[in-house]
Design a protein around this ligand. Structure first.
Ligand code: 1GP
Length: 245
């Protein structure tokens, strides 16, 4: 089954949790062992993202190690056209909709598109929207971050993404954000969309995940909590909160 179908089928009956790993921080072996524990805890997919400047070898080796360890999709969450591993199951083919930098709107995509199409790596079209504080993703991506009380702009970008044909909208507060995306932004966007909504950034505890789900998130992404604490009881509880929602 392709990754889009896998996600769509699951979303008919449940909310999803995805763990985000950075191959530069973990290396292949640790990424594989964290992935195994996360999937045992209930995670539905592994997203590989992280630093610019990742080498092709490292991303390929990390994808392969994860795929040997678990049987859930490995989805690339790229920062640029470089180091796209064709061994992954899918790639978020994404545009940072509130970037002021053409590179992140369409430039990097243009560089990688022909290769991805030819390779058979499954592209999953996604509109990425960064909300304050945005952290490194906001700075590097040249985002005009959505203000935390600006529900209208968040809705505008999200619906624009849907009308452009994107399959998912991802509301991002930035990796390591002190607070997740505010609930009224999540609910405003969700109520205006007919496509699934991914929410990430600053979600560290079960109550953050529950608040995002109650507001309308369909998929919860977490990265930092495992980077900082490993597969802790708090992480397991967070995934359980998502899967039992
Ligand atoms: C970042 O949304 C993800 O792209 C995850 O954020 O690292 O804060 O969990 P955290």
């Amino acid at each position: 089954m392709d990754t889009m179908n896998y996600i769509s089928e699951k979303l008919k009956t449940q909310k999803l949790h995805m763990i985000l790993l950075d191959p530069d921080d973990t290396g292949p072996e640790e990424a594989a062992s964290i992935s195994k524990m996360a999937v045992d805890a209930g995670s539905d997919a592994i997203m590989l993202g992280g630093s610019t400047g990742l080498t092709q070898e490292l991303v390929d080796a990390t994808v392969k190690a994860i795929k040997n360890a678990v049987h859930v999709p490995v989805i690339l969450f790229p920062t640029s056209a470089s180091a796209v591993s064709l061994h992954a199951d899918a790639i978020y083919f994404m545009s940072l909709l509130n970037s002021k930098d053409p590179r992140f709107l369409f430039g990097e995509q243009m560089k990688a598109a022909a290769l991805i199409k030819k390779s058979g790596l499954e592209p999953i079209s996604m509109g990425y929207i960064i909300v304050e504080p945005g952290m490194k993703a906001g700075r590097v991506g040249g985002a005009e971050c959505i203000k935390r009380d600006d529900v209208k702009s968040a809705i505008g970008y999200s619906v624009a993404g849907e009308l452009l044909g994107m399959k998912f909208i991802y509301l991002e507060a930035g990796s390591g954000a002190p607070e997740p995306v505010p609930s009224n932004i999540i609910s405003g966007v969700k109520n205006s969309l007919d496509i699934p909504l991914i929410v990430g950034g600053g979600i560290r505890r079960a109550e953050h995940a529950k608040a995002a789900l109650e507001a309308g998130a369909d998929i919860i992404v977490t990265g930092t909590v495992v980077e900082e604490e490993g597969i802790s009881p708090a992480f397991t509880e967070l995934v359980k909160a998502v899967k039992s929602f």
